[in-house]
Design a protein around this ligand. Structure first.
Ligand SMILES: *Cc1c(COP(=O)(O)O)cnc(C)c1O
Length: 441
């Protein structure tokens, strides 16, 4: 059985466009596109049979289905030939039961989906494998593509560089100079991408890469290319699968460019439409107070105005003019959405507090955890609800931030949960006194 999928305008303009065309916006109205699947054809297979198929493939060895993205290939991007897929075993990440941290919030069922435990250390790999695989299909079909390019706050460039390198495709990444962490800068350099560090912010980089895509025959790898969202949407399917096909009550996700909250909704939509689930979770978007245009819109009957984003430790979501805002609002309306924000001290303390219960969080996950703490304190999330927090990147990419927190060097942050090494002489008694103080704590 082969399944069809094509681009369609999100505003409802007539017509479809092939996924193997370099097209990012509706030629009629200029709005974003989305991937439309042939749901009637997919619906001819029973829900239970899809669940069994996805379970049978999960983390197994038959190429390419062991990747939890490509294990759902029929729902993601059916037209790519298996030989052209560029996969590095995406998804299948730990759904961590945050028992101790949950208890501190009087929340028995807190789960943290560790999407950062991935090839390049962020959840961007889920979508990048789809985009780069489609590019390789296009190249092998004879289309001329000079390179793939993205503007990035860090993780997109790391992911694009790695997948392009694995697929043998030249990559160009455009970063705001001085605004990404050392690890995020080193990743695309190591993978051989051409890295252009511009003296602007993310929104400025985005304007330039869009022009390259229209004028220079460069394929655009930002999330306005909705192929990436097809991979990202598998996270909702995977979470439900990891609960033995039960839907959680609340999902909290940090939001910047807002492609991922849209993708989250799209995954639940598809499961509902094809009968795998019969209820919807509530979706919460967590924004940094320094870059909060969606939060402001939420407080203003969804009337959206772009803003100039201010610096935040959650650098991947320092975006003032999110490209997928319309898609995100549509998803939030369907999913009884909440948008809440977290300040720099709130996000930093949430990271440190949760780390003390065994996690190792990035600042974006800190935004989500801080927002969860607020909603729980206000009673907007009940103590018996099953809550999933999407952890978007590995804390190992943000060691500068963690070190600065513990050394008390983060601007405007009091570091209430700092923990520093004790410098001691080479002296047994001094060590014993230090050990006693820990043991008695
Ligand atoms: C990209 C990213 C986000 C935000 O995703 P959007 O789709 O841009 O809203 C959050 N956290 C991390 C670590 C990211 O890389």
């Amino acid at each position: 059985m082969s399944y069809r999928a094509a681009f369609r305008c999100i505003a409802g303009c007539a017509g479809e466009h092939p996924l193997l065309e370099p097209i990012y916006r509706c030629p009629a109205c200029g709005n974003l596109l989305e991937v439309a699947h042939d749901l009637d054809a997919l619906g001819r297979r029973a829900a239970g049979s899809w669940m069994r198929l996805f379970d049978d493939r999960y983390k197994r060895t038959t190429w390419p289905y062991g990747s939890a993205v490509w294990g759902k290939k029929e729902w993601v991007c059916p037209l790519v030939e298996d030989d052209n897929i560029v996969s590095m075993d995406e998804g299948g990440t730990n759904l961590f039961w945050a028992e101790r941290f949950g208890r501190e919030l009087d929340l028995a069922e807190l789960w943290v989906k560790l999407c950062g435990n991935s090839h390049t250390g962020s959840f961007k790999d889920l979508g990048m494998t789809v985009l780069v695989s489609v590019v390789r299909q296009m190249i092998r079909d004879g289309r001329e593509i000079r390179a793939v390019a993205c503007a990035s706050t860090g993780d997109t460039s790391a992911s694009l560089a790695a997948y392009a390198a694995a697929g043998g495709i030249p990559a160009i990444v455009i970063l705001p100079r001085g605004k990404v962490s050392t690890a995020q800068l080193v990743q695309p350099l190591a993978n051989g991408a051409t890295v252009l560090a511009l003296d602007t912010d993310f929104d400025g980089c985005m304007a330039i890469v869009k022009q390259l895509a229209t004028e220079e025959g460069i394929y655009l790898a930002n999330s306005m290319n909705s192929l990436r969202l097809e991979g990202q949407k598998t996270v909702s399917i995977e979470i439900v699968q990891q609960f033995d096909w039960e839907v959680p009550d609340v999902v909290v996700i940090p939001g910047g460019n807002l492609g991922n909250v849209s993708a989250l909704g799209a995954g639940f939509d598809m499961m509902e439409r094809l009968g795998l689930i019969t209820r919807r979770p509530r979706i919460v978007v967590a924004q940094a107070e320094a870059a909060n245009p969606l939060y402001l819109a939420y407080r203003n009957e969804w009337r959206f105005e772009p803003i100039a984003a201010k610096p935040t430790q959650a650098s991947a979501i320092q975006i003032g003019n999110p490209v997928s805002v319309e898609k995100a609002v549509r998803a939030l309306r369907r999913y009884n959405g909440i948008v809440e924000q977290a300040s720099e001290p709130e996000l930093a303390d949430a990271v440190a507090l949760a780390d003390r219960t065994g996690m190792f969080n990035c600042p974006h996950t800190g935004v989500a955890l801080a927002v969860l703490m607020k909603l729980r304190a206000r009673g907007e999330i009940g103590g018996s609800e099953r809550v999933v927090v999407i952890s978007t990147a590995s804390g190992l990419k943000f060691t500068d931030f963690k070190r600065a927190y513990h050394e008390g060097r983060l601007p405007a942050v009091a570091s209430a949960h700092a923990n520093l090494p004790l410098d001691l002489p080479n002296d047994y008694d001094a060590v014993r006194r230090a050990v006693d103080s820990v043991a008695d704590r």
